[in-house]
Design a protein around this ligand. Sequence first.
Ligand SMILES: C[S@@+](CC[C@H](N)C(=O)[O-])C[C@H]1O[C@@H](n2cnc3c(N)ncnc32)[C@H](O)[C@@H]1O
Length: 287
Amino acid sequence: MKNQRLRMLKRYLRAAIYYGPTRVLGSLLRPTSLAAHLRRLIREDSRPAMNLYPPSFSREDEERFCGDLLGIPLERVREAFKEIDGDFTFSGFLAERYRRFRPDSPVGLHLGRFSVWYVLVRLSRPRVVLETGVHDGLSSALILHAMRRNGSGRLISIDLPSVDLPPQAEGPGWLVEDGLRPRWTLHLGDVRKLLPRLALENSPLDIFLHDSDHSREVQEFEYRTVLPHLGPHGLLVSDDAQADLINEIAGELSLRANFAMGAEPLARFALGGIRLAGGPQGKTRSR
Ligand SMILES: C[S@@+](CC[C@H](N)C(=O)[O-])C[C@H]1O[C@@H](n2cnc3c(N)ncnc32)[C@H](O)[C@@H]1O
């Protein structure tokens, strides 16, 4: 990846501003993480990426994002956020597991902005969700937990087989508890290879969530691949969204794009989304 080195440097700077330089340096200078970070900086190896789950940066923005996207009143959105915020059994299990598996993380696990995925699933009650990018598995766990509460739905996820996972982890999604797994199918491989087949096989999709390689090229490939397979009121949502791309696609469909601020103060947008209006998606280009 061409800009990997620059992006890493920016990320360290952002983290230092957000968490404080001492905390970030303390985490980087541990022997295990130092080697991984040097590999990324010197060899531009993008695999050993530590994923942090920081607190939400703007809950207000997240509420508005969900309300606008689903076209429902903020009171209902707030109720759903309240439900997950107060679910200490669920969040406590994840936080404890994260602490044990990732003792070198500079920050403990927060559901943070990913609570949005829980809220969207609770309120839209999807039958099928397709997700790219699992890593530790917080997004998958939240989606599956919402489905358990709904009593319906299944999740199909894609991730690469090799990422920077803790040594004890069996693979991506190690945060997901056993009780949530019956609704889940995890496919290991590159999205460019797997996504076209999985989108077709599981069509119509109620929600597509992008959270894999955030480059414009891969995001565009994913969005244009899944759009023809989204159901009439399907949601296309993304973490670390490329805002211009989401706007471009929404414009082609004569729809409105929605965004919410992320966890990082320097990020202008982190969450992006479009909700289809009910008609066929004939206006989108396919690649
Ligand atoms: C930001 S993390 C996903 C975070 C995840 N949603 C969570 O809740 O922890 C990005 C993930 O995308 C995966 N990824 C990156 N490029 C990919 C590709 N081309 N195909 C499949 N997965 C990819 C990485 O392996 C990594 O686990």
